[in-house]
Design a protein around this ligand. Structure first.
Ligand SMILES: [Zn+2]
Length: 311
């Protein structure tokens, strides 16, 4: 199926999503209800998003604006298991410095998305961050009008990998800009964030039906989130495969710390996700937030169908 990832027209920089655009899909996985909410789209350099892939190839899937930026989604998945209400990822948030907010065109829409879906932040009892780049954990905390930083989900236990916290604290030249301390350090200090130490190949349960697994490459400890219920399986694969335009194993991002490992980990993911028909949830695909993957007649992974009803 051809990939219709991006709209023909890019949004105007001041354009805000309609509240109905902020619910990107709803589906079920066994007895779990999934609602995909958006913090609003943002814009990143197309060359950085597609690494060494020439623009003549990626531009067919992701048209760039006059600044060479492509439109990306910020998908938060709410999972209701019946016993728990889980938020996977929390978008960009409202704490970016104004200059960066302008560069990325951040929209700060997740609270509106919760309201549109009639989900209260107080209902969330588990938050999982796949890694701690600012576009994945921004609404972990909220900056109030008087400048305080408070937990957005007061009743939640937060989960992230300890290695991500340690890496963020190093503030390396390569990626210091991606780590904003206020997204996690206040939660660690208060004891609200649990730090995991899972290694590649080991699956760590969080609550019944929800587990995390390390797929290194984008960062050294990137976590994927598995959702399993009644024989069905979904996986939020995060920045290992950020959009449905990135299915080709070698189409890895310039942002990836270890692109060679990313390619090997994508193959490892496909070895289970394709034959076991996992529903794959994409972190940065605004228009195809989830779907099933199959191999085409050349043996390349392609989208089979869009599994979610986009609201
Ligand atoms: Zn990301």
């Amino acid at each position: 199926m051809p990939c219709a990832l991006y709209p023909a027209l890019m949004p105007h920089p001041s354009e805000q999503p309609n509240s109905s655009d902020l619910i990107r899909g709803r589906t079920t996985v066994g007895g779990c209800e999934l609602t995909i909410l958006s913090d609003g789209w943002y814009l990143l350099d197309g060359g950085a998003m597609f690494g060494v892939v020439p623009k003549t190839l990626w531009a067919k899937r992701a048209p760039a604006d006059e600044q060479n930026r492509v439109l990306l989604g910020l998908n938060t998945v709410i999972v209701r298991t019946g016993r728990h209400t889980i938020a996977i990822e929390t978008g960009i948030g409202n704490k970016l410095p104004p200059k960066l907010r302008d560069i990325y065109g951040a929209r700060e829409q997740l609270p509106r998305a919760f309201a549109a879906a009639q989900i209260h932040p107080e209902e969330i009892d588990i938050v999982i961050n796949t890694h701690l780049h600012f576009d994945h954990c921004g609404w972990n905390t909220t900056r109030t009008p008087d400048g305080r930083v408070v937990p957005t989900f007061p009743n939640a236990r937060y989960f992230a990998h300890r290695g991500e916290v340690d890496h963020g604290h190093l503030q390396l030249e390569r990626d210091a800009i991606s780590y904003i301390s206020d997204n996690y350090d206040p939660l660690i200090a208060s004891g609200q964030m649990n730090l995991l130490e899972t290694e590649p190949g080991r699956i760590t349960p969080v609550v019944p039906g929800i587990s995390v697994e390390c797929f290194p490459g984008h960062t050294a400890q990137l976590l994927a989130v598995h959702i399993e219920s009644a024989g069905q399986h979904a996986c939020y694969i995060s920045d290992l495969i950020p959009t449905s335009a990135h299915l080709a194993p070698a189409w890895v991002m310039g942002y990836d710390l270890d692109p060679v490992t990313c390619i090997a980990e994508r193959h490892r993911f496909y070895r289970r996700a394709i034959p076991e028909q996992w529903l794959v949830l994409f972190t940065h695909d605004h228009h195809t937030p989830c779907g099933f993957i199959e191999l085409n007649d050349k043996g390349k992974p392609v989208m089979r169908t869009t599994a979610c009803r986009v609201a």
